[in-house]
Design a protein around this ligand. Structure first.
Ligand code: AMP
Ligand code: ZN
Ligand code: FE
Ligand code: FE
Length: 282
């Protein structure tokens, strides 16, 4: 049976697997295709493509852009984006700097508050990745300051808590446009985790091509709800685990939430349509 996990993170953002390790796990789980969708970066794609070649597995270049809509953070997935597209490259470098400033700000806040962590310990986790709160949370867990990632977020890293620092984010509309300009297909990520469940519906008209219907954080009723919406609006239905490399009994959730052949084919058809349209308009 054809299986594609279309939402995966690597060490290029806040995942624990290198791009090569992601491909190795995908091969082990007998997937036909995967998409690399790191937060605000395309750095992991080249390595994943190379590994995909070696393992005979299709690697779809992707990205997951963090955006704002009203008071909510909304994630937008881009598939088949051209990582050399100038507007995308420029925006990514702006977002990288914003992530670094925000990350450093959080660490400073936590140190001033009296937590026993150092910037060096955090940077050891970040390495070349897109600096995110999970990097800080992992240090808090490892040092025994909190018992879990959940606790790290809830006690220190979410809005209203001592470590929280706002970060520059693009709007949903900007993200969709950037993805389209770079020849890619725009998909709304995990609508089921939005705190305000009206928002995903409000922004669908901004030009999304698809909805991530199946996701590790979606229950069955959420899946049904968004399947219905996607069918009604003739949007592509995608699926992905959003695996960050965490193991449970030695098993990552990579490959446990998958899309079928048809959904990948539809993404490709949409990509071709978007590119043809762009060519026509010079
Ligand atoms: P950032 O991109 O730095 O704002 O961090 C957001 C990322 O942190 C999300 O994409 C998730 O990977 C992770 N995350 C958010 N909330 C939690 C949570 N409560 N527990 C664990 N990880 C979380
Ligand atoms: Zn993440
Ligand atoms: Fe996300
Ligand atoms: Fe994600």
């Amino acid at each position: 049976m054809y299986k594609a996990d279309l939402h995966l993170h690597t060490t290029s953002s806040d995942g624990l697997f290198t791009p090569t390790e992601v491909v190795e796990w995908a091969a082990k789980k007998k997937l036909n295709a995967i998409a690399i969708t790191d937060h605000d970066t395309v750095d992991g794609i080249a390595e994943a493509l190379e590994a995909g070649d070696r393992y005979g597995l299709e690697v779809i270049p992707g990205i997951e852009l963090s955006c704002t809509y009203r008071d909510e953070e909304i994630h937008v997935l881009g598939y088949f984006i051209d990582g050399d597209s100038k507007p995308l490259v420029d925006k990514i470098s702006e977002l990288k700097e914003a992530r670094e400033n925000r990350g450093n700000g959080i660490v400073e806040n936590l140190i001033q508050y009296g937590l026993d962590i150092t910037a060096e310990e955090v940077m050891e986790k970040v390495q070349d990745g897109a600096f995110g709160r999970p990097h800080i949370a992992r240090v808090l867990v490892e040092k025994g300051i909190v018992d879990s990632m959940e606790e790290a977020f809830n006690n220190y890293l979410v809005k209203g808590k001592i470590g929280y620092v706002e970060r520059y984010k693009i709007t949903v509309k900007e993200a969709i446009d950037l993805i389209h300009i770079s020849g890619g297909v725009a998909v709304m990520a995990h609508p089921g985790i939005a705190k305000n469940r009206d928002y995903p519906k409000e922004i669908l008209r901004y030009g999304f091509d698809g909805i991530e219907v199946v996701h590790s954080a979606h229950d069955e009723s959420t899946e049904r709800e968004y399947t219905k919406i996607a069918d009604k609006l003739d949007l592509i239905k995608t699926a992905g685990s959003d695996c960050h490399g965490v193991l449970e009994d030695g098993n990552p959730m990579l490959g446990e939430y998958t899309a079928c052949f048809d959904s990948v084919e539809k993404l490709k058809a949409k990509r071709d349509e978007i590119r043809l349209e762009a060519k026509k308009h010079g």
